[in-house]
Ligand binder design. Structure first.
Ligand code: DAH
Length: 360
């Protein structure tokens, strides 16, 4: 074979590569040139039949040709892929101006909505969300909270007891307060948490269901005092009920895990049987609170000489009913779709303080 023959072969292959219309055609050209039985491969095989001297020069020539063809194949492959992508991008269109598909079916349960609102408000005050198990032990649910065995508060709580291994007696937590204990035992102060979650009591009527929700709050630091408690909870009520000047009052009350303890009321009117929050001269109790009892701190290995703080616990159903005018607690858990359509919320409206908690 002469050099002119080789130049002709080179020209033909490179031309074919340049003319390949798509990736499949290009691959056929590759196989025809460099494949097992390809034209260039066959020429390489032919080298065995020529003299040693000639083989050296011819071999080098063929290798150069092979490299040249490989490079041309790569280049063509790149430009064909790019063209392919351009074509796809040109043909397939996503209309980003289309509005999101309206959520006509699913609704957010008022409990989920209310929890999201509460988390948004306390989140803005620097609280983080903590969690604990629904099945608790006696220590976390009672003893560490200064409710010793035989204490009357245990009877007040209508506890569901379970049968545990080895004679143990776990309980379905009667309040979210055990998460105070869990957090203080696992984290060092300063602590600033809220704990939304399920709670259980053996109780059922217009205003009680065996399962309900609470949100607990806990702040522990060196100088935290009752003034912080009052300011924090008053701010919460104003943001949550979206009444800027809702009056609040604190009435002394007893909870074993706080000293002093209080119940917080918000101002309301009940004129004409209609409840209105913020106006009028009546009061409505919404939560329990107080300064964390030194005995509780000691149970959690925190030195009451160095640290102090406040805690509160609030029924979520109760504030949801007040805010959204839901008259009967039991309807929350009847799984009635008509009810959910009426009282539920759009999943696309995430509560935030930016435009007010709920957008109309
Ligand atoms: N755990 C109490 C209950 O379920 C509510 C409560 C009252 C929580 C006072 C607190 C508190 O943290 O300080 O009735």
């Amino acid at each position: 074979m002469t050099a002119t023959d080789l130049a002709a072969i080179r020209g033909a292959i490179l031309a074919e590569i340049g003319a390949a219309a798509d990736l499949a055609a290009l691959d056929r050209t590759r196989v025809a040139a460099l494949g097992k039985k390809g034209q260039v491969t066959e020429l390489m095989k032919g080298l065995g039949a020529v003299s040693a001297e000639e083989r050296k020069a011819r071999g080098a020539e063929l290798n150069r040709l092979k490299d040249e063809i490989s490079a041309a194949l790569d280049q063509r492959k790149d430009s064909l892929s790019e063209a392919e992508l351009d074509r796809a991008l040109g043909a397939e269109r996503i209309d980003v101006t289309l509005p999101a598909r309206p959520e006509s079916e699913g609704r957010l349960h008022p409990i989920s909505q209310t929890i999201d609102e509460i988390v948004a408000i306390f989140g803005a005050m620097g609280f983080k969300v903590a969690e604990g198990p629904d099945i608790e032990d006696d220590f976390h649910n009672f003893t560490a909270l200064n409710i010793p065995p035989e204490h009357p508060a245990r009877q007040m709580m209508d506890t569901f007891y379970l049968q545990g291994p080895e004679g143990g007696r776990p309980v379905l937590r009667t309040h979210t307060s055990p998460v105070q204990v869990r957090t203080m035992l696992s984290e060092k102060p300063p602590i600033r948490i809220i704990v939304p979650g399920r709670t259980y009591r053996s109780d059922s009527d217009m205003t009680h269901t065996p399962m309900f929700h609470q949100v607990e709050g806990l702040v522990i630091d060196k100088t935290t005092h009752m003034g912080h408690l009052k300011g924090c909870l008053a701010d919460f009520c104003r943001a949550f009920f979206e009444v800027p000047d809702v009056p609040v009052r604190f009435r002394p009350s007893f909870f074993p895990f706080v000293e002093p303890g209080a119940e917080m009321d918000i101002g309301c009117s009940r004129k004409g049987g209609e409840l209105k929050i913020g106006a009028g001269d009546d009061w409505l109790e919404i939560l329990g609170c107080g300064m964390v009892h030194p005995k509780v701190l000691r149970h959690c290995n925190i030195d009451p000489g160095e640290y102090q703080g406040f805690a509160f616990g609030m029924g979520i159903e109760r504030v949801a009913m007040l805010k959204y005018g839901i008259p009967d607690l039991r309807t929350f858990y009847e799984a009635d779709l008509r009810w959910l359509k009426h009282y539920g919320f759009s999943g696309l409206e995430v509560p935030s303080l930016v435009r007010g908690l709920v957008t109309p």
